[in-house]
Design a protein around this ligand. Structure first.
Ligand SMILES: *Cc1c(COP(=O)(O)O)cnc(C)c1O
Length: 382
């Protein structure tokens, strides 16, 4: 069975000896824009590509404003600050995520609380969250508190795992009921839509990542998405050292951050954005091929996009029977030069977050024991 899968993946990716999990694809104006950038000498934190990249992403996602950051992790940090998360607050999130989500919460001095995921989305479950809140939270005035710890529950950070949108309608209604701010970690989900609306545009703030392994890349990079233009302007100010605009004076009106993406990275971003729809169509085709192939493999299920959603299929995912099969599959494929990987070690199992509160995480553990990500690069120029 494993042999058959390896043969199929090899055939899909041009019979290469080594097949990575997700390699970037440069088939457009990348070199041209990088040259323009160097010729202009504006390679650093000022330049035309920065504004252009922000406009392109704002337009594509349907956001009022988009603000670039050096990477997705500090975009998340910025999102926490701008949403008003304060030291000692609690932030609800999932344990099945990349470390950046939790690190950003910790940078603020806030405490993550891990809520279970849904099996169909593999992202934060609104049902589990409501259930946890019913037992553990109480509302005082316009704020929500944890009955056991006495801390304010300020925000909730769902993550659209591998590009699959979480159940946003239900999540929004739970957040509203309990006065909790919604921040979307959409780092993996550029090009993913829920009811036709782009992920990262449902909450107060959304965060994208353009790291080298994501659907499009700027080398390293991130973006904040806002539906409130004023908040977006505040983000621009904070991410650029809170410098008051002036032709020669250096005056700063608060503690700011040097989180702005350099022009040279934004140049790459503009070229990548021009081809995003081509990449997405190609990734969708790959997912279709996988889906069809895996119907014939009885012991494996291919994970498909949830209802009412269009996923970017950033990382294709299969579900095996149990931990033993999962480990055997990882061993076999990596031995054969096909890069596959399990989910991240769950956040509640890492030593920094092992004492954090959680709700039992039944689905989370079920998923962690069974899933494997399989090669998912855009199949153009391979
Ligand atoms: C990639 C990613 C980020 C951001 O990572 P950076 O490398 O800092 O851009 C954040 N959250 C999740 C879930 C991610 O996958």
């Amino acid at each position: 069975m494993f042999e058959e899968i390896v043969r199929f993946i090899r055939q899909l990716y041009g019979n290469k000896d080594y097949i990575p999990l997700h390699a970037p694809c440069f088939i457009g104006n990348e070199k041209k824009y990088l040259n323009e950038c160097i010729d202009s000498t504006f390679v650093s934190s000022v330049g035309l590509f920065v504004d252009r990249f922000e406009d392109m992403v704002a337009k594509y996602t349907g956001s009022q404003k988009a603000v670039v950051c050096v990477n997705g992790t500090n975009a998340l940090h910025m999102a926490m600050l701008l949403a008003g998360v304060e030291p000692g607050n609690e932030v609800l999130t999932q344990a099945l995520t990349f470390i950046a989500t939790c690190n950003a919460i910790h940078y603020i001095g806030a405490h993550p609380v891990f809520i279970d995921v849904d099996k169909d989305t593999m992202g934060l479950s609104p049902t589990a969250m409501e259930h946890w809140l019913q037992t553990n939270a109480h509302i005082k005035g316009i704020d929500c508190y944890n009955k056991n710890t006495g801390r304010k529950i300020k925000a909730c950070v769902p993550m659209h795992t591998f590009g699959h949108p979480v159940h946003l309608d239900k999540l929004i209604s739970v957040c509203q009921k309990y006065h909790i701010e919604l921040i979307e970690d959409a780092a993996e989900s550029i090009g993913s839509f829920y009811h036709g609306k782009h992920t990262g545009t449902f909450g107060k703030i959304g965060v994208l990542s353009f790291n080298g392994n994501k659907t499009i890349t700027t080398g390293g990079g991130g973006m904040l998405l806002f539906q409130d233009e004023e908040l977006g302007k505040k983000a621009k100010h904070l991410t650029t050292q809170a410098k008051v605009p002036h032709r020669w004076e250096f005056i700063h009106d608060q503690i700011g951050y040097n989180y702005r993406m350099p022009n040279i990275n934004a140049a790459l971003g503009c070229a990548q954005m021009e081809n995003l729809n081509i990449f997405l169509a190609n990734k969708r085709e790959t997912a279709e091929k996988y889906k069809e192939f895996f119907t014939s493999i009885e012991e494996v299920t291919f994970h498909t996009e949830p209802q009412n959603s269009q996923s970017n299929y950033w990382l294709n995912t299969i579900v095996l029977k149990n931990r033993e099969k999962q480990q055997q599959f990882l061993e076999y494929t990596n031995e054969k030069g096909i890069m596959t990987r399990p989910a991240w070690q769950l956040m509640n199992k890492l030593k920094m977050f092992k004492d954090c509160e959680h709700d039992g995480l039944v689905n989370t553990q079920w998923i962690e024991e069974r899933i494997v990500n399989i090669p998912s690069s855009v199949r153009i120029n391979i």
